[in-house]
Write a protein that binds this ligand. Structure first.
Ligand code: PGA
Length: 253
């Protein structure tokens, strides 16, 4: 039985002062509780401070993005080496806002995943279909393509370090959560795809999180599903009380 993994994506929200306060409260509230794994994804500019606070705690810190190159003339970008240096252990890659607002494609996402792995950062690799794709019955094709293309040339021993997050685009920030059974079905499809591409034991052990309008009210029914190993939370993760509540309900077994 896996410990549930709950990670909060702050996106472009909070201030440094509020972020620091949040991190301190979270560290104190979760002190000594090892029934759960949890983390936060602050904006780049907060990472160093937040990593310092959460060092030696059971809360990990992830960046929201990286560039695929380790360094170079990429004005405005931040590299995997830089976020690793300030203490991040994880990084979100392929979030739907990066795919759709910033037009990141599968090959760029694949390059970022390989770069993250090469510096020992754990990618949280996001996949998910759009509403029209779901309505056209194409959910599985879309997810399979995103997985296969995003993981091209990733070896089995590297895949072990990756967390997958299934986030249906129509459920992100919309208040429309996927039904727990709907999400579970896609999670199970993701596991089968990993079984076909790699092997069954690896597919079983890999963490697959659900994301999309997760709230304290629906967190438990989602993680009660057999294939859902945790949650990637956006809007409800920037209010300390609601994020803590999600962690608590999910960790109550
Ligand atoms: P949401 O965002 O919880 O606000 O829907 C989820 C995400 O984008 O990871």
């Amino acid at each position: 039985m896996k410990r549930p993994f709950v990670i909060g994506n702050w996106k472009m929200n909070l201030t440094l002062v509020r972020g620091i306060e949040f991190a301190k409260l979270l560290k104190d509230s979760l002190h000594g509780k090892d029934g759960i794994m949890c983390g936060v994804c602050p904006p780049f500019i907060f990472l160093k401070e937040i990593c310092k606070i959460l060092e030696d705690s059971n809360v990990c810190v992830a960046a929201q993005n990286i560039h695929s190159e380790k360094y170079g003339a990429y004005t405005g970008e931040v590299s995997a080496l830089m976020i690793k240096e300030v203490g991040c252990t994880h990084v979100l890659i392929g979030h739907s806002e990066r795919r759709h607002i910033f037009h990141e494609d599968d090959s760029f996402i694949n390059a970022k995943i390989k770069t993250a792995l090469s510096v020992n950062l754990k990618p949280i690799f996001c996949v998910g279909e759009m509403l029209d794709e779901r309505e056209a019955g194409r959910t599985k094709d879309v997810i399979r393509n995103q997985l296969v293309r995003g993981l091209r040339d990733v070896r089995a021993d590297q895949l072990k370090e990756i967390v997958i997050a299934y986030e249906p685009v129509w459920a992100i920030g919309t208040g429309k959560t996927a039904l727990p059974e709907q999400a579970d079905e896609v999670h199970s499809f993701i596991r089968n795809t990993i079984t076909n591409e790699y092997d069954k034991n690896l597919a079983k052990s890999i963490y697959i999180l659900y994301g999309g309008s997760v709230k304290p009210e629906n967190a438990k029914e989602l993680t009660d599903q057999s294939e859902i190993d945790g949650l990637l939370v956006g809007g409800a993760s920037i209010l300390f009380e609601s994020f803590l509540k999600i962690i608590e309900v999910v960790s109550k077994g």
